[in-house]
Design a protein. Structure first.
Length: 361
C-alpha cells in the first residue's frame, strides 16, 4: 500500500526510525535534500525536498497470496482496496483493505467473475457466470451480507463497460453473440427498481472483437472485423443521453490486438494505444473524435505489453501501464503519462498524402 503526504507505518518500520532518518538526511546535507530513496524489509520511502517543502511517499509491500487462479480489484474514493480472489479449488474470497488490515469473507456461490465495480457508496457489485450459456448472477454487498439476483439478459464474456452512476446506480454496456449475429446493448441498474430492460444499440458480426470505453460522457466502441486480407478497424461513438450513433472506419490492420486497447487523452485529443505481436499500435484524434489518424504500428518500446490504469472513477485517461517495455518485464508496471506517449505517436506518424486530408501537413 502507498501513502503520500502522511505517515502510514507498520510494526516492522517504527515511526521513530523514519523520523531519525529524515532528520539525519536533512541536517547532514545542510538542509538541501533533493531526493532520497530508502528501503527496509521490502518497504520503501521516497523523500523529495524543494523550496523548503518536504514531500514523501511510503510504499508497504504486503505478503504474497498463494494458491489463487485469478483476481479482480477496484479502489473506492476513500482509497479502500476491494479484491475478489478465485482460489485454485474454485472458491471465491472477497477481501477489503481497511487501512491497516485485511477483512475477508467467502462468497455464497462459485463461478467465473466477469467484472467487479463499486457504487458511489463504495459497495462492491460483481457479475458471476457459471457454465457457458448458463445464467449470470449479480452479487452485491448490502447490510454486511451478500445479495444475489439473476441478470434479466445474456452476456458474452465480461461487460464492455461497467461503471457507477449517481445515487448508487450502475451503467452497463454489454455484448451478446450467437453463431449468426451479435448485438451491443445498454442498461442501468438501480437499487430500487433493479436492472432496466436492455436497449439494443448496434448489430455486430459473430466473430467481431469489440472493446468499450466511457470517456467524458460518451461511449466509444472499437472493433476488429475479419475481412480479407486482415481486419477492418471501426469506431462507433455513442451519446447515451441522446441515443445517437456515429460509425467511423479507421482503416485496415493485419493483426488483432494482443489485449484490450487503452484510451487516454487530454482536452480535445484522444489516443488509442494497443499492441499487436508486441508492437505498439496507435490512432488518435485532435478534434474530440470526429476525425482520426489511420492506425499505425511503431517499434518504440518493442517488444511491449500495456494495460489500463484503474482508479475510483474508472480507467485513467492520462496514464498507461507498461507491464513489458523494450523486452524488460519489471516487477511493478511502469506508468507513462499521456503527454510523452502522444508526442512519440505524433513524431512517427506517417501522414496520408491524399489531397485535402485532415492529416496532411
Amino acid at each position: 500500500m502507498t501513502s503520500q503526504g502522511g505517515c502510514y507505518l507498520e510494526d516492522n518500520f517504527p515511526a521513530w526510525i523514519a523520523y531519525a532518518l529524515v532528520r539525519w538526511i536533512w541536517f547532514s546535507r545542510g538542509g538541501k535534500v533533493v531526493f532520497t530513496s530508502l528501503i527496509a524489509a521490502e518497504d520503501s520511502w521516497q523523500l523529495v525536498c524543494s523550496q523548503g517543502i518536504l514531500r514523501y511517499r511510503y510504499t508497504a509491500t504486503g505478503r504474497p497470496m498463494a494458491n489463487l487462479l485469478s483476481y479482480k480489484a477496484a479502489i473506492d474514493r476513500g482509497g479502500c482496496l476491494h479484491v475478489i480472489v478465485t482460489l485454485a479449488d474454485g472458491r471465491l474470497i472477497y477481501a477489503r483493505w481497511r487501512g491497516s488490515r485485511w477483512e475477508s469473507s467467502g462468497l455464497p456461490v462459485n463461478g467465473t467473475v466477469l467484472d467487479l465495480s463499486l457504487d458511489t457508496c463504495g459497495r462492491p457489485h460483481l457479475l458471476l457466470s457459471g457454465a457457458p450459456g448458463a445464467e449470470i448472477y449479480h452479487l452485491y454487498r448490502s447490510e454486511n451480507a451478500w445479495r444475489r439476483q439473476v441478470l434479466p439478459f445474456r452476456l458474452t464474456g465480461p461487460p464492455l463497460v461497467l461503471k457507477p452512476l449517481p445515487r448508487d446506480r450502475l451503467f452497463l454496456a454489454g455484448h451478446y453473440t450467437t453463431r449468426e449475429r451479435g448485438h451491443v446493448f445498454l442498461t442501468v441498474y438501480s437499487p430500487t427498481t433493479g436492472w432496466q430492460e436492455p436497449r439494443a444499440l448496434q448489430a455486430t458480426g459473430p466473430e467481431e472483437k469489440i472493446y468499450g470505453y466511457w470517456y467524458q460522457g460518451c461511449l466509444y466502441f472499437l472493433s476488429w472485423r475479419k475481412q480479407e486480407p486482415g481486419y477492418g478497424l471501426y469506431l462507433n461513438l455513442v451519446d447515451p443521453a441522446r441515443d445517437n450513433l456515429e460509425s467511423l472506419s479507421l482503416g485496415t490492420l493485419s493483426d488483432p490486438p494482443d489485449d484490450q486497447p487503452v484510451l487516454v487523452g487530454r482536452d480535445d485529443t484522444r489516443l488509442f494505444l494497443w499492441t499487436s505481436s508486441s508492437r505498439l499500435t496507435f490512432c488518435f484524434s485532435r478534434d474530440s473524435g470526429r476525425t482520426w489518424s489511420p492506425p499505425q504500428s511503431a517499434y518504440f518500446f518493442f517488444p511491449a505489453r500495456i494495460k489500463k490504469v484503474e482508479g475510483p472513477d474508472g480507467p485513467s485517461t492520462w496514464q498507461v501501464a507498461f507491464t513489458k517495455i523494450s523486452g524488460l518485464e519489471p516487477d511493478w508496471p511502469l506508468l507513462i503519462d499521456f503527454d510523452p506517449l502522444f508526442s512519440l505517436c505524433k513524431a512517427v506518424l506517417v501522414n496520408p498524402v491524399t489531397e485535402g486530408s485532415f492529416w496532411k501537413q
